[in-house]
Design a protein around this ligand. Structure first.
Ligand code: F6P
Length: 580
């Protein structure tokens, strides 16, 4: 990779796309399909048990060729960037770190040498990937065999994960997604929000003597997590029949474990880092950490074998990503299509629609993965004076499972003035075959992709309306035709797999991780830092005392901020006094 890079928009590969865009921007998918019987087959990839049909995108063969040229551009250096990530070079340049979540699922038994150390075995003299994984699996097994007991001797049956962002979304999403594989004797709850109602509701009905808290925080300094962990500790202690420092220490050791990269803070909280800490490392980004010990709740829920299968699925995609030519590379193709829409068509919103209720948290998970990674504008390798991008970067990511979304926001997808590219995700088989439910679910998935792409012309809408009028005796109204018109030409990808099982979930997540990475490389941003979350945190800690106090100065120059805090003070005061 060269030290600095020309503007993306100045690259000849980009310019070729700009020109090409002018020629093809108005082509309609209806015609593209009609004129080309081989389109679907040509614009599909099947590998690692994942089938991607990307034919319902507004592309021609030439578009794909030009997008692939962009991906191959020497100046962008995507191939080198992929290799640099997978081999542990410090590609997170703003934080001076490697990015090695792929090491966490390296199932190849090959060492991964970083700074002269095989990180699979040890990191800075401490345990490395494999020993921690072994510890995770051992611990998960003990819980599943009801061998871990609480202070009263009762077995642990409730797992409460306290963490936020990447220390919550990954395990919460995955435990839900793989619920059919989970041990039903165990209860899993996830607490992330500093809003006290989250913890309070999560603890409802739980017996402290049977409850294990997993305090998950890479830094172990995150406000929400430390506050919730302290409150949970208090909840545990107040349930003890004899409260002595000794009894509290013993209870803490039996009911609290930590997952963190900060052993010192863990020890300060009172958790023994030697016994009850599951370590991970600074080169695992929070939103990429579900493969690390952050996945502990998942390992407990589905068992070590399934957890390893989950890692294995992701590893298969890592291999696919590394070795497949870009034309057959699922993450690369998805990334390029995203760029085509964001940077050329100006479609800045993007929906992920799993036709699978178990993936209900998947869109939220992808939101962090994509928006925290690529919601950036500072360039990574600028020429001096060009520190900021002059092109769009990460889109707004959102979604809901189908078919629910169909009855909520699909109206806008079909007829709204915004065009929102979508990813549809579906599975040939259901884990719960219930009459014909699954066939109906799949029929809806496929139908939606066709309806979005092909639409319904005004002539078709009019014909249909006339037929309806004849059938029902209703008078024909021409003015209704535009309301029944579907413009179509709304792009989507469809990702299919046989079933949602542990390896498949691992594959899906890894596909999106790599897609986000490829886009970051092309946009010349660092997908692995998150400075954008800091300012709000800083201001919140400055404003906290002003909210806690009934009066006194409010440390803000901003009149709206002062007004809001004054209002809150006026309306909080009576309650605080009452509570005291
Ligand atoms: O505030 C954002 C963030 O740093 C995320 O990137 C991260 O996943 C989350 O907070 C939680 O951080 P930690 O695991 O250190 O508590």
């Amino acid at each position: 990779m060269s030290e600095s890079r020309r503007k993306l928009t100045a690259l000849p590969e980009w310019q070729a796309l700009v020109e090409h865009f002018r020629e093809v921007k108005d082509l309609h998918l209806r015609n593209l399909f009609r004129e080309d019987p081989g389109r679907a087959e040509r614009f599909s990839i099947e590998d690692c048990g994942i089938f991607l049909d990307f034919s319902k995108n507004r592309i021609t063969d030439r578009t794909l060729e030009l997008l692939l040229r962009l991906a191959e551009s020497r100046e962008i250096g995507l191939r080198e960037a992929i290799e640099a990530m997978l081999t542990g070079q410090p590609i997170n340049a703003t934080e001076g770190r490697a990015v090695l979540h792929t090491a966490l699922r390296n199932r190849s038994a090959t060492p991964l040498i970083v700074n002269g150390e095989d990180v699979m075995q040890s990191v800075k003299g401490g345990p490395g990937v494999l020993p921690v994984l072994e510890k995770v699996c051992r611990f998960a097994q003990q819980i599943r065999q009801l061998e871990r007991r609480g202070w009263s001797g009762k077995p642990i049956r409730n797992i409460v994960n306290i963490g936020i962002g990447g220390s919550d979304l990954g395990p919460a999403m995955a435990v839900e997604a793989l619920r059919p594989y989970s041990d039903r004797r165990l209860t899993f709850r996830f607490v992330s929000n500093i809003d006290g109602s989250h913890l309070a509701e999560a603890l409802q009905g739980l017996d402290p003597a049977e409850t294990l808290f997993i305090v998950a925080s890479k830094t172990f300094t995150t406000l929400e997590t430390t506050a919730n962990a302290v409150a949970a500790r208090q909840w545990l202690f107040s349930s003890l029949p004899n409260r002595s420092p000794q009894a509290e220490r013993e209870a803490l050791a039996k009911h609290f474990v930590a997952v963190s990269a900060n052993p010192q803070r863990v020890a300060e909280f009172g958790i023994d880092p030697d016994e009850n800490l599951f370590l991970f490392w600074d080169w695992v980004g929070g939103r990429y950490s579900v493969w690390s010990a952050i996945g502990l709740p998942l390992a407990i829920a589905v068992g070590p074998e399934n957890f390893l299968a989950f890692l294995d699925g992701a590893w298969q995609i890592d291999e696919h990503f590394r070795r497949r030519p870009f034309r057959q590379n699922i993450p690369v193709i998805l990334a390029l299509l995203g760029i085509w829409y964001i940077n050329f068509f100006g479609f800045h919103s993007y929906a992920v629609l799993p036709y699978c209720q178990l993936l209900v948290r998947f869109p939220a998970y992808l939101q962090q993965l994509d928006m925290e990674s690529n919601g950036k504008q500072a360039r990574l390798r600028p020429i001096q004076g060009e520190e900021f991008v002059q092109w769009s970067t990460g889109p707004v990511v959102w979604g809901e499972p189908g078919t629910n979304g169909q009855h909520a926001f699909f109206q806008l997808l079909h007829q709204g003035t915004e065009i929102i590219p979508c990813d549809f995700i579906g599975f040939a088989e259901s884990v719960y075959p219930l009459k014909d439910h699954h066939a109906k679910l799949l029929a809806n998935l496929v139908a939606q992709t066709e309806a979005l792409a092909i639409g319904k012309t005004e002539a078709e809408a009019e014909r249909e309306l006339r037929q309806e009028c004849e059938r029902t005796g209703m008078p024909f109204r021409r003015d209704l035709v535009p309301h029944r018109f579907f413009p179509g030409n709304r792009p989507s990808n469809t990702l299919l797999a046989e079933r949602l099982d542990p390896p498949t979930l691992g594959k899906l997540i890894a596909i999106y991780e790599h897609k986000v990475f490829v886009q970051g490389v092309i946009w010349d941003i660092n997908s692995f830092d998150q400075f954008g979350v800091e300012l709000g945190k800083q201001l919140a800690s400055r404003l906290l005392p002003a909210i806690e106090q009934a009066d006194g100065p409010i440390p803000s120059e901003n009149s709206s901020t002062r007004q809001l805090i004054s209002w809150i003070r006026r309306h909080r005061q009576p309650k605080s006094e009452g509570a005291a």
